[in-house]
Design a binder for this molecule. Structure first.
Ligand code: G6P
Length: 510
């Protein structure tokens, strides 16, 4: 194995990571029946995959997602698998070496547990509470089914994950840095604390954290357990100071705990819990490499030819209701109605990855997106110009080509913990694009001064802002994009993790 980069010189403890998705997912080739391995998807997994191979003595615990993952997990037993993270993902046997590798422990969560955990509690309920997506006239409605899903799904999955984390901490002699991630595992911190008192536990919440009123849609026993689970950690971390502050206020108002809003601490059970903000970022070098492949170049040439000098408005998202895709099309529709001079000269390319289609709200949202795009095309399209090009797929080569070519990137999310698409696009864009960025994204804290700000619910304002972006002077466009790119270069994903690990090391020694 190549020498690890000295990410954190003072770190003398092994690291145990936990996230729902892992760096690799296994399947079976439908023809040969052979086992296949592909990289895990999503910004969080991409960020952690880029870093985990550089950490010495790290074990990444994640959920075995499908049948093939389950088989691999059963074959491996309690021992972590060694996975190569350079090139195509593969399992390393004894004596095999790779430039970068990580040990992975897959946790088998039975389907009858995973379905309510993921499909009833984590995604529709917690995701919706935290992105404030409920329509309170009718939802949420927490009946016997949801309560059973919490007890028999969320609690059980969290217990299984905690067992696996504890086993890895114990293998390391009881002392480790434990990095828990996301809304799937709010109960794990406390469970690990009870059994591993010497571990330093950090939980990173990657999605927005709303204030106490938003959490009051959950019954008191449920929200208290979630909060107390997180407060089992030494540090609870968020992307923004506003989210961190909202968490402290929840501890104060919903649990009646003593808090210090200037030190950003909560006192519970004689311990001090630190609440911090670390804005996540991207692996700039890896993205630049992805944007310089032949496949990306070919897509770029196709786009150039098709646009014939016209302007490209782009969005790249999962089909998630929090992304506000339908309102984005409504705003574009209004823009075209009010500015007929743009007809034939602008294209809105929407690269959308279908997401969580087993959750009814997501399936309905995907249908709404298709209808909204079709309606813009029907209203304004002509024989040789369709104003919206909707692509439902995940294609990184096409995405990087579109990042390079776009004139405006639209991110109008209702709420978003960070939004890494905004950071990716400003790095590889070649035309001094304008970032049209929702004020409700974490990214707006860092990049808002170099963007055209969007208000997620004001479609008239979004239409005006899109027009301002499309007509901005070249000098201003260049200045803003360059400044935005500098911000991302300065705070890349490596810095994000290094600063956290240094702070955790200080906490342990302090
Ligand atoms: C968000 C979450 C991630 C998750 C991703 C994809 O970015 O913060 O934890 O991996 O969405 O969601 P999925 O449900 O497909 O894992």
């Amino acid at each position: 194995m190549a020498p690890s980069l000295p990410l954190v010189p003072s770190l003398d403890l092994p690291v145990v990571l936990l996230s729902h998705r892992g760096p690799v997912s296994f399947g079976r080739d439908p023809v040969s029946g052979e086992r296949t391995a592909s990289r895990g998807a999503g910004g969080l997994v991409t960020a952690l995959s880029g870093l985990a191979g550089h950490l010495e003595r790290a074990v990444w615990v994640c959920v075995a997602a499908g049948q093939a993952d389950g088989e691999v997990s059963a074959e491996a037993g309690d021992a972590p698998l060694r996975l190569a993270l350079d090139g195509d993902p593969r399992i390393l046997g004894e004596g095999d070496v790779a430039d970068r590798e990580v040990a992975v422990r897959l946790v088998d969560v039975p389907a009858e547990v995973h379905e309510p955990f993921y499909g009833v509690i984590a995604n529709p309920l917690l995701w919706f509470v935290q992105h404030r997506l409920h329509d309170l006239k009718t939802s949420p409605s927490i009946g016997r089914e949801e309560r059973a899903a919490f007890e028999d799904g969320y609690v059980v999955a969290n217990t299984l994950a905690a067992d696996a984390v504890v086993a890895q901490v114990e293998r390391a002699g009881g002392k480790a840095i434990v990095l828990l991630h996301d809304y799937h595992f709010y109960l794990v911190g406390r469970l690990v604390r009870e059994r591993c008192p010497d571990a330093v536990i950090n939980h990173f919440v990657h999605i927005p954290w709303p204030g106490p009123e938003a959490w009051q849609v959950l019954p008191p026993d449920m929200r208290e357990r979630l909060l107390l689970g997180l407060l089992g950690c030494d540090v609870v971390a968020f992307h923004t100071r506003a989210d961190a502050r909202a968490f402290v206020l929840c501890a104060q108002e919903l649990l009646d705990l003593p808090v210090d809003l200037s030190a950003m601490t909560v006192t519970t059970g004689g311990r001090t819990v630190h609440v911090r903000a670390y804005p996540i970022s991207i692996d700039v070098a890896a993205l630049e490499q992805q944007a310089s492949t032949d496949a990306s170049d070919e897509h770029l040439a196709d786009l150039d030819e098709r646009l014939a000098g016209g302007q490209l408005v782009l969005r790249v998202d999962r089909t998630d209701p929090s992304k506000n895709i339908v309102r984005g099309f409504t705003a574009y529709d209004l823009l075209l109605t009010e500015h007929p001079e743009l007809h034939g000269r602008v294209l809105f390319l929407a690269l959308l990855q279908p997401s969580r289609q087993d959750v009814p709200e997501y399936a309905q949202y995907l249908a709404d997106i298709g209808a909204a795009a079709a309606s813009v095309n029907a209203r304004h399209g002509t024989g040789d110009w369709q104003p919206v090009d909707l692509r439902l797929a995940s294609d990184m080569d096409l995405a990087t080509a579109a990042y390079r070519r776009c004139d405006v990137l639209v991110v109008n999310a209702v709420a978003d913990g960070m939004n890494l698409v905004a950071k990716e696009a400003v790095i590889v864009n070649e035309r001094d694009m304008v970032l049209a960025l929702s004020e409700a994204t974490g990214a707006h804290d860092e990049l808002g001064s170099f963007a055209v700000t969007l208000h997620p619910f004001d479609v008239a304002q979004q239409a005006d802002a899109l027009h301002a972006a499309l007509t901005m002077s070249p000098v201003l466009r260049r200045d803003r994009r360059e400044h935005a790119a500098q911000v991302v270069h300065r705070n890349d994903v490596r810095r994000w993790l290094t600063v956290q690990l240094n702070d955790l090391a200080d906490l342990r020694h302090g």
